[in-house]
Design a protein around this ligand. Structure first.
Ligand code: DGY
Length: 335
């Protein structure tokens, strides 16, 4: 953990989502800290009051848009406890020269574990079958109506081939003998960067990937280019009986088109950790759909990883406020 310079002037820090006590203490040791979660009605007024004098913000899962930034005239840095930065008004931050930090790297393996769990759960119908036992319906050996589908040896199509996509590819190709196709903006020199995947993963145009993969997993960041990427045309291109997994952001998928593909198309199942609106509204048909395994956005939600994210985000903020270059700055150029 980097220690801030001893002579750092105390500045105003606003924590907008709970931090672990040890990380909060690191901030309190050198700065004046207000903890206020704007999502909680009883804390919203304190949040907006503290925003007016905040030098630094730290938190996650709350939209920091241009209007909110207008209420923060002194703001120098936002440290997001997330790798995704889709909650932040990037052009407004760039225009104001506000630094944005995030938490890449520390959550890669955990998030890949979650996505692979969704692949297993959706293909082998784990939640449905566990409920079969729990609800006392296991009164005789199960028949074909409850069989699942193999995962090993199936072709996995990965949309996005950053850190998490590559970690997913390693699990699939090396652990489960799955040929991997990936779709990414930039080619990855596998022989150089990931020699263990050379010959096992191949960059593939989107339409071809959708037509050839048995399982398609989305792990790409939400941006103007990827918003709504999976729509009716894309689901219709998928192989009959294929499975769709989303571990990225809900808005990458047109949810009506996904539901239509599940109800009237040939999509076998969907495993979803993310949704267009979170928490998932109670009246969303995705919540109880028999072909959907829905999780409450738990990609990085383990004790170890959430703590590592909070620690990195705290270090980022302390370094930025001390005038040092933080370890994980999100480059706003071109935003
Ligand atoms: C991330 O870090 O972006 C995760 O999705 C949690 O929001």
């Amino acid at each position: 953990m980097p220690t801030p310079s001893a002579n750092t002037t105390r500045q105003q820090v606003l924590v907008f989502r709970e931090l672990p006590p040890d990380q909060l203490a690191r901030l309190q040791a050198v700065h004046d800290v207000t903890v206020a979660n704007p999502r909680l009605p009883e804390q919203a007024a304190a949040f907006h009051a503290a925003l007016a004098s905040a030098d630094g913000l730290i938190g996650s899962s709350y939209p920091v848009d241009a209007a909110l930034l207008a209420g923060a005239p002194r703001l120098k840095v936002i440290s997001s406890v997330s790798v995704g930065v889709d909650n932040y008004a990037l052009p407004a931050l760039a225009a104001r020269g506000i630094m944005l930090c995030h938490t890449p790297g520390v959550l890669t393996e955990t998030t890949a574990d979650t996505i692979f769990s969704l692949i297993m759960a959706s293909s082998r119908r784990l939640v449905e079958l566990a409920n079969h036992v729990r609800e006392g319906r296991w009164t005789r050996n199960i028949g074909e109506e409850l069989f699942g589908w193999d995962v090993h040896g199936k072709t996995l199509g990965i949309l996005g081939f950053g850190r998490i996509g590559q970690a997913l590819a390693r699990r699939a190709a090396l652990g489960f003998g799955m040929p991997v196709l990936y779709h990414s903006r930039h080619p990855v020199d596998l022989a150089q960067a990931l020699p263990e995947l050379a010959g096992k993963a191949r960059r593939t145009p989107l339409d071809e990937l959708l037509q050839r993969a048995d399982i398609v997993a989305a792990v790409l960041p939400l941006s103007p280019e990827t918003r709504g990427l999976m729509g009716a045309r894309e689901f219709a291109l998928m192989k009959p009986g294929a499975i769709f997994i989303n571990g990225a952001r809900g808005a990458i998928v047109q949810e009506d088109a996904l539901l239509d593909a599940l109800d009237h198309g040939t999509l076998r199942a969907a495993g979803l950790d993310v949704f267009a609106t979170e928490p998932l509204p109670l009246d969303s048909p995705l919540r109880t759909h028999p072909k959907v395994t829905a999780l409450p956005h738990i990609g990085s939600a383990t004790f170890e990883t959430r703590h590592a994210m909070a620690e990195l985000a705290t270090s980022n903020l302390l370094q930025a406020l001390a005038g040092e270059r933080p370890a994980a700055v999100f480059e706003l150029s071109g935003a």
